[in-house]
Design a protein around this ligand. Structure first.
Ligand SMILES: Nc1ncnc2c1ncn2[C@@H]1O[C@H](COP(=O)(O)OP(=O)(O)OP(=O)(O)O)[C@@H](O)[C@H]1O
Ligand SMILES: [Mg+2]
Length: 311
């Protein structure tokens, strides 16, 4: 059977057109793919450039922060050394002034007109106060310049040492002190004893006039490797607006005219705690009492056990 040439031609034409159409589509797809690939490449290059720029910016910011921190550490150390030598060097002339004033009082007291004797008493009292401030400043500066390196220490033993140092005053005021078992921490033991001593002596000093002072020391092991301590009293407490000031050097918020003090104790506590990488704060209901809360790193063994040492 012979094929009709017209039909064959039409068939071949259709095939050619279909092939051409397929080739055009394929070309278009290839072009599109190429373009997509090109824009992806550009996008990648853009992204890489942006990442490189950002990394350089971050690196520069980090270098700046490290340099600023170093400078801060240097100037802090300089300031501490300055405070240390000034307070150290002031002690001797102050002691001399005090001794001479005492000598005058001793020699001439009976002959002095009452008003002059009163001036003399005030001058002596002021030098004593100044001696207390200089001693406090020296202690404050010594926290970082003369501290021992932190080592595992029993917080229980440090509370005991603090209580022994305060024994007479505690007996006199009939203070009741209780404590839960406390964990071992990584700290300068002398400073930790001093910290408890400052907090306990404050709890007695700022007691409520109508109550027998009661102090409780508790601690809890935290999951982040820190121990959180609480020293609670049933004293007069602190107003909310006084809490921050209480930790500042030479600040004595509230009515303290009848109570001796220089306003250094809590500033020293804060400095000691921060030197160990912890923080200190106070919770209080005025008239009911205050709880001083601070954190310190747990000693390795105690940190590994986890859980709670005491309530
Ligand atoms: N347990 C407390 N209850 C109530 N107020 C307190 C307590 N502890 C401290 N304060 C307040 O915080 C202030 C600062 O205390 P801080 O121990 O620094 O100084 P200070 O006791 O006045 O003098 P010192 O330098 O002799 O310790 C106190 O003057 C008092 O107003
Ligand atoms: Mg005090």
């Amino acid at each position: 059977m012979s094929e009709d040439p017209g039909v064959l031609r039409r068939h071949l034409d259709r095939e050619r057109r279909a092939r051409q159409a397929a080739e055009t589509i394929a070309e278009e797809k290839t072009r599109e793919a190429f373009q997509a690939n090109e824009s992806l490449k550009r996008l990648n290059e853009d992204l890489e450039r942006q990442v490189a720029e950002r990394t350089a910016e971050l690196r520069a910011a980090r270098d700046e922060a490290v340099a600023a921190q170093k400078e801060l550490q240097r100037s802090n150390a300089e300031l501490e050394n300055f405070a240390y030598s000034v307070s150290h060097d002031l002690r001797e002339p102050l002691r001399m002034v005090h001794s001479y004033l005492e000598l005058i009082r001793h020699r001439a007291n009976a002959d002095l007109p009452p008003q002059v004797a009163d001036y003399l008493d005030r001058a002596i009292h002021t030098t004593e106060r100044m001696q207390g401030m200089v001693r406090g400043l020296l202690e404050y500066a010594r926290v970082t310049t003369h501290g021992s390196p932190p080592a595992p220490v029993s917080a229980d033993a440090c509370v005991k040492a603090a209580v022994e140092n305060l024994e007479l005053g505690l007996e006199e005021a009939r203070v009741s002190i209780t404590r839960d078992p406390l964990p071992a921490v990584c700290a300068d033991s002398e400073q930790l004893a001093r910290l408890f001593q400052n907090l306990i002596s404050n709890a007695v000093k700022y007691r409520h006039p109508g109550r027998r002072p009661a102090i409780h020391v508790a601690a809890r092991k935290r999951d982040d490797g820190m121990a959180s301590f609480r020293v609670s009293d049933n004293g007069r407490g602190l107003a909310a607006e006084d809490k921050e000031r209480a930790f500042q050097l030479f600040q004595r918020p509230g009515d303290n005219t009848a109570i001796d003090g220089t306003g250094i104790g809590l500033a020293v506590c804060k400095r000691m705690v921060e030197r160990h990488g912890g923080s200190i704060d106070v919770e209080s209901t005025p008239g009911e009492g205050a709880t001083f809360c601070f954190t310190l790193p747990l000693a390795e063994g105690d940190a590994a056990e986890g859980g709670s040492a005491a309530g």
